[in-house]
Design a protein around this ligand. Sequence first.
Ligand SMILES: Cc1ncc(COP(=O)(O)O)c(C=O)c1O
Length: 366
Amino acid sequence: MRWDKYAGLDVIPLWVADTDFRAPECVIEALQRRVEHGVFGYTMPPRELRDLIVARMQRLYGWTVDQPWIVFLPGVVSALYMAANRLTRPDEHILSPHPVYYHLFRAAQSAPRAWTDVPLVLRGGRWVWDEVRLASAVRPASKLLLLCNPQNPGGTVSTRAELERLAAFALGHDLIVCSDEIHCDLLLDPGKPHVPIASLSPEVSRRTVTLMSPSKSFNIAGAGVAFAIIEDAALREAFSFDLKKSVHDASLFGYEAAVAAYRDGEGWLSAQLGYLRGNRDLVEALVEKLPGVSMAHLEATFLAWIDCSGLGLPDPQAQFLAHGLALSPGADFGAPQFVRLNFGTQRALLREALLRLEAAVGAAAR
Ligand SMILES: Cc1ncc(COP(=O)(O)O)c(C=O)c1O
């Protein structure tokens, strides 16, 4: 999708959030073996995948998950729409961070439910929740708190203390939490670990839907697999009600890819993170020295969130496109003066893209 949109044009496409890296060899081999089998019928989630997820949650987060808590899905986006629709009544209200990956607020919009965008603010160089605004946004009808952690866009990895405050807020207002943690493996700063909000305490876990997927971590978004972890049986039932009617099963190739990735792909993932870290540093170093643009230090994801308000342009994305660089418009996420640059690509191409970025900024400043 990312490349096809600009096929035939002299445009470097660094927009939608997948990368230009081949999946781990273990994933490619597993898929090849599955293709060799030659029969591609309806498929159940493999028991091994449940085991691997349970073991991974324990190993990475000290979070004890039981197998039945896991609900498989073809993608995280469908889960966001299901959460907004199934976990709230029509007269209830949703709280969403802002700016954010657009399917969070679109899920509220399409349910349709009343919702409030709660601004994230730049504090100490990190995009964090404005907790005062959050407290003033909550209503008696509020039912669901949407989280995106690590944050897209913005790249913040919420600290345990920040999550504890959000969890206390959710408990205090009797809110269900739906936490999109699809970027949880893409951690760029050693020493800033991901904490699933549900892992904080059994009390929080019982009111939380956690959404995860190997799709970003191992670049298999096209394979079609994700999962929700929902401890509370009633919440799980509400979320999964009519599941078959709404979404297809996860793909059989997604299951195969996920098993291989979680079983044998950790070495690849850590090398990938090292490479992405190098790319992140290049982007940050350039943005730092250019006038009119700025970005907060990115703790996670491969998506640089660049503030172009100093350029005074009505449509910053158009300026970059005119210089052969396709970025995601910040307007999609609710911040028109920003652009989002996907640096999940080979370094030589990124260097070329950064030259174009520099030229576009230079031309805007003139
Ligand atoms: C926060 C977030 N959630 C969900 C998705 C997409 O999830 P999926 O492809 O599993 O539907 C993305 C992709 O960019 C994302 O950034």
